[in-house]
Unconditional design. Sequence first.
Length: 325
Amino acid sequence: MSAHVDARNLRPNIVREAARLHGILLVDKPEGITSNDVVRVIKRKVKPAKVGHSGTLDPAATGLLVILIGVATRTLDHLNETRKCYHMVVKLGEETDSADKDGRVIRTSDPSHLTLNDIERALIPYRGVIDQIPPHFSAIKKEGVPIYKLARKGIFPQLAPRKVEIMSLVAGTWNCPFLELELTCSKGTYARSLARDIGNDLKVGARLERLRRTESGSFHVNQAVTLDEISEAGPDLIRERLIGVSDSLSHIPDIRMLPGEMNRLMRGAPILVQKSRFVPASNQQRLFKVVSASGGLLILVNPEPQGQEIALRPVRVFNMLGTDL
């Protein structure tokens, strides 16, 4: 005879398990939903853990979305996501007010005379550090108001260009009017603006047809799970695929600490260590991490030379133990 199990007794355990979920989940976002929609789906699965994301994808875009769970929501400023990779499809010969397929068409032209050589020459000025004007349909604020709200009213204020870096921009297939591009760029680069500007230089106009993010820093879309997989498997799959906080900050070098020193840092107090214990990877390295033996506590510290010693000042404490500090 099977024993009766009262589901009410299981609830606190489920809550405690969810509260102990801390790390990064890589999700392959489908087309047609917002990045915040994905956050809401994950949040329902891991309640009451906090959930956020590290960089918005437009609803029409697909691909890698880095989801932050638990104390990992506080890693945002420290993740190594300066380099992002995208697969772009650009439609030449059509320009819209939003620079993508969802906008109002404002100009059309025949791009059939263009060759791949013409296009490749047009890409050259866009490699390296460039000035880029954001699209009007974006979340950038003008006098405190998101400019997409102004654009919806037909108001298009003049926007200042921003410095962005294009590490790589490679033309793929040119099947008129569609051009495939592989883009590697800095955070804050707008693929829609890039499509628009290339079209203007080719004198035919252009807009973004499709966009898929394939990489963000060291994270790759091949490591990602889909929302369908999460819906079928639930929290167990999330727990299995979670990247720990320490692993997500692997680009920050480690420093070994004694237990007493760890406790002092945990309380927010700086500690002094001999220079002989401290070997920075470079003179430019301004951040290090200290991880407890159990892995349940991670502290980011900033080194400050003081004579023959170095003061390590805690910058951020990540407590995965589920207890108050």
